[in-house]
Design a protein around this ligand. Structure first.
Ligand code: ASP
Length: 352
């Protein structure tokens, strides 16, 4: 894998610069010999990317080689994207990351936890149809992402200096976004936080929701722990499957997707298994299977029993943010430090 600057576009005499980082995804795909969509080299998109030429900024186009379908992404690529952003950001005013939609919310979440000192907009976007197709959402998403990235507040500072997802005319905090539709152009939602911006006749944003710009310079502050697992509770879950996941040798963290406000079964094998996992240093982070709302430890007896085992309530974390946060926070930290940080808002992922 390499990532390199592949071209320039936009206004050549502009002092303001925008970095566009292409990682793959449907936005950059075209039909292969069997009709299935495959990622194209960024050069195949060059003609279409010239729609950005109308912007009053210079544009640096950088690309990963090979570009990938984001369904094939691995955690290593999150680190590479974070490093590419840090390495290439320079004096670019903002960064737009072109990414597949399937795992966009995971990548946006991971970037929000991996990067510190975020002092400019990092807008992740993609599309449900390729940019090279006439009937596509790609052009609209790309132009809105660039516009949000370049938006300034009344004092001339970046309006939304955060990791965000721009899709179908809304700007969402990256670690609050989830892919909610496999085929609609309205593919993403942010169930527990209103949109940070809207693209309509006017381009608007919500200053009261936007995080303050980071200080100290944009940098990657952490690695990732990949010794993690996830487990979705369901009424037919059996002891053998459960133990195979949470008591796996070498495991350091597990996201448990519980019911409702953080409830689960009360059978001994379940509670004992969780207790044994916690006692051996495995951090169990509990999210809700509901599409919105939060985990509240102890609202029900079934939930209280679960949290008595040492499991950590994930409040209103999305599943994607929970997994990414757990992987980042576990890196190089003790059990106690991890448990403490998981319950602290690090990048706007938790509602206070
Ligand atoms: N499979 C594609 C991807 O995630 C889907 C998309 O981009 O819409 O790369």
């Amino acid at each position: 894998m390499t990532v390199e600057v592949r071209g320039r576009a936009g206004a050549t005499d502009a002092t303001d610069q925008l970095l566009v980082l292409y990682t793959g995804g449907t936005i950059g795909m075209a039909a292969g010999p069997d009709g299935a969509l495959v990622p194209q080299d960024v050069s195949a998109l060059a003609g279409s990317l010239h729609l950005l030429d109308d912007l009053p900024v210079g544009i640096t186009i950088a690309a990963f080689d090979p570009p990938i379908d984001s369904a094939a992404i691995r955690p290593q690529r999150w680190l590479e994207i974070a490093d590419a952003i840090v390495d290439l950001a320079g004096d670019h005013r903002a960064i737009v990351v072109l990414h597949g939609t399937d795992t966009m919310a995971y990548t946006a979440s991971a970037l929000s936890f991996l990067l510190e000192g975020v002092d400019r907009p990092i807008v992740v976007t993609g599309s449900q149809r390729p940019l090279v197709e006439r009937r596509s959402d790609a052009e609209r998403n790309l132009t809105a992402a660039a516009a949000f990235a370049l938006l300034r507040d009344a004092g001339g500072a970046p309006a939304v200096p955060e990791v965000t997802v721009a899709f179908n005319d809304v700007l969402l905090r990256g670690n609050r976004a989830s892919k909610v539709h496999a085929s609609s152009f309205s593919g993403f939602a942010s169930p527990n936080l209103p949109a940070l911006g809207h693209s309509g006749v006017a381009l608007t944003y919500e200053p009261q929701l936007v995080r303050r710009a980071g200080i100290g310079g944009l940098r990657r502050s952490s690695g990732l722990c990949t010794d993690v697992a996830t487990l979705r509770l369901h009424p037919a879950l059996d002891q053998a499957t459960f133990e195979a996941v949470v008591l796996r040798p070498g495991l350091r963290g597990v996201v448990i997707e519980a019911y409702g406000a953080g409830n689960g079964p009360t059978e001994d094998w379940f509670l004992d298994g969780l207790r044994r996992a916690s006692d051996s240093g495995v951090v169990a982070l509990v999210t809700t299977q509901c599409h919105a709302g939060a985990v509240h430890a102890g609202q029900y007896a079934t939930g209280a029993a679960l949290f008595d085992t040492g499991a950590v309530p994930g409040a209103d974390l999305t599943f994607e943010a929970a997994l990414a946060k757990l992987m980042v926070v576990l890196d190089g930290r003790s059990y106690d430090e991890t448990v403490e940080l998981l319950q602290r808002d690090l990048a706007g992922e938790l509602t206070p």
